[in-house]
Design a binder for this molecule. Structure first.
Ligand SMILES: Cc1cc2nc3c(=O)[nH]c(=O)nc-3n(C[C@H](O)[C@H](O)[C@H](O)COP(=O)(O)OP(=O)(O)OC[C@H]3O[C@@H](n4cnc5c(N)ncnc54)[C@H](O)[C@@H]3O)c2cc1C
Length: 497
């Protein structure tokens, strides 16, 4: 069972068609928000084109913490509506639209010296309220177990590197974790394509009226679109200068899971002197742990690809080390990444307190802009945009993404099932005439050769960089990207040959 194949040839054909074919909706931006708008509109029967200046998930959407939040943190600011919206969207992703890409993640807040008994009570109360949100959102306990307190032995079993001194156990809570944020974007984009949306990467919008430029040829094209939707996230003011954003940078570092003794739960560590601020160490099945995150206002022009600086890396290492038996050092860091939150402006105070709510606004020129929000709520953002463009009812609550339904094969590597769901069989079948494609792309790396080929023949990758950065995420570890670069270049060249 396989979804639509996005390829270079399809891109060229669809771009040609757009020169003479009008569309109902032109979406600008191929992050999770733009792809969510495209899917919502196409599944309601509208004709849709989506243009992305670089590659799918080129922007913020690939730099998230990869969590599908149940809204707990919004309760702390008293925004019950937003918290419930998050919990509902988590339920939709976890059980209906993307069960292959979202799994429950146990999250432990160890009770050590840094957490007073009073803070522990507050934490516990927060978790319990979060559990009520789970219930209100209709998520069964089987999908997300109840929060509870665990003893020292269980804490150490789940977090082997945790600091033992004065450890009183831990508070255990569950939330959703994405296999990979970029894979979610690609799944949403391909599902939109399965409803007829033309998904065009390396095409940028020059204005908000439908003029676009093919970044591969430099040629301009005027797309005749009834509605244009600006979903360019932190770059939204490029097309809609009246937009008021207050970008905030968030950094993660990447550690080998071995460094923390292969934890099976995430670890929460309080940031000293900053109430309500924590660093999380989030384990990933690829043998990595993502540690984040920072949250600092970003002034000046936005970089195309933000980078972590040494001070931010040191802050994360120092904070996490407070919760560990052994202090970490710079040489433990195998990679780092940074993203820019597309936060709405208009609220005073630290960026960490700014609302993650989204807004849909229309400029005087008719351009719609969708702003704010987060990965977890992308579907709701798409719905809110398209509700303004048509009376046809929204269908995305119950619409499984590519890979979400279909028989799961037992005869393919478990890794493929984890990343491709019901498409794993089709991915593995690429090795029919070359069994070596089921081997890792380089010794010791988790990614298999078929994943590079699949990226080119089905997932719209156009370059080796697309494969390393956004189809496989090998670039999250500097050494992995280096080791796999020749294979990625071969896979890209062979697809074009
Ligand atoms: C550090 C960090 C951690 C986060 N963690 C989480 C989390 O764990 N869970 C969660 O739910 N949310 C999280 N978020 C929030 C979430 O990642 C973002 O809200 C979301 O990804 C924004 O998606 P977007 O599509 O709006 O923007 P983007 O992903 O940035 O997409 C915008 C796209 O527009 C393209 N573009 C720009 N200009 C043009 C143009 N002129 N023409 C064509 N294309 C253009 C860009 O190339 C880009 O691909 C996190 C955010 C950050 C920064």
């Amino acid at each position: 069972m396989s979804g639509p194949h996005l390829t270079a040839a399809r891109r060229a054909r669809e771009l040609d068609e757009l020169a003479s074919t009008p569309v109902d909706v032109l979406v600008v931006g191929g992050g999770v928000t733009g792809c969510g708008v495209a899917l919502d509109a196409a599944s309601r029967g509208l004709s849709v084109a989506l243009v992305e200046k670089s590659d799918l998930a080129h922007g913020t959407s690939r730099w998230s913490s990869k969590l599908v939040h149940g809204g707990l943190r919004y309760l702390a600011t008293g925004d019950v509506g937003l918290a419930l919206e998050s919990a509902r969207e988590r339920d939709i992703l976890l059980r209906r639209t993307a069960p292959h890409l979202v799994r429950p993640l146990p999250m432990l807040a160890p009770l050590g010296d840094d957490i007073s008994r009073r803070d522990a009570l507050l934490f516990d109360a927060g978790h319990r309220t979060g559990d009520v949100l789970r219930l209100l959102a209709g998520t069964p306990r089987a999908a997300l177990p109840r929060p509870r307190r665990v003893g020292v032995t269980e804490t150490v079993r789940m977090l082997p590197a945790v600091r033992r001194q004065n450890l009183r156990g831990a508070l255990l809570n569950w939330d959703g974790q994405l296999e990979d944020d970029a894979r979610l974007v690609i799944a949403v984009a391909r599902t939109a394509a399965s409803y007829g949306a033309r998904v065009l990467t390396r095409v940028s919008a020059v204005d908000g009226r439908g003029t676009v430029r093919d970044e591969l040829t430099g040629q301009s094209l005027a797309i005749n679109a009834t509605h244009v939707v600006n979903a360019t996230g932190a770059w939204a003011d490029g097309l809609a200068p009246e937009t008021r954003l207050r970008p905030s940078k968030g950094v993660h570092i990447v550690l080998a899971a071995q460094t923390l003794g292969f934890p099976s739960a995430s670890q929460t560590v309080a940031v000293p002197g900053q109430p309500n601020r924590y660093v999380f160490a989030l384990p990933h099945p690829d043998g990595l742990v993502y540690v984040g995150l920072t949250d600092d206002a970003l002034d000046g022009p936005l970089p195309d690809v933000p980078r972590a600086d040494e001070a931010e890396i040191a802050f994360l290492l120092d904070t996490l080390s407070r919760g560990l038996e052994r202090s970490l050092s710079r040489s433990d860091v195998v990679g780092s990444f940074a993203g820019v939150r597309p936060l709405l402006a208009g609220v005073e105070g630290r960026t960490a307190d700014l609302s993650r709510r989204h807004a849909v606004v229309q400029g005087e020129d008719g351009l719609w802009t969708v702003l704010g929000g987060k990965l977890t709520t992308y579907r709701r953002m798409g719905q809110d945009v398209v509700d303004r463009l048509t009376d046809a009812p929204c269908r995305t609550h119950d619409l499984p993404l590519v890979g979400a339904v279909g028989p799961l094969s037992n005869h393919v590597p478990a890794r493929l099932v984890r990343r491709y769901g019901a498409e794993a069989g089709a991915v593995a079948a690429l090795a029919e005439h070359d069994a070596s494609l089921l081997e890792p792309v380089a010794p010791g790396l988790p990614v298999l050769g078929v994943e590079l080929v699949w990226g080119m023949v089905a997932e719209g990758a156009l370059t080796a960089e697309d494969l390393l950065e956004r189809r496989t995420r090998l670039s999250l570890v500097d050494a992995w990207a280096e080791a796999a670069a020749p294979q990625a270049r071969d896979a890209a060249a062979q697809a074009f040959a």
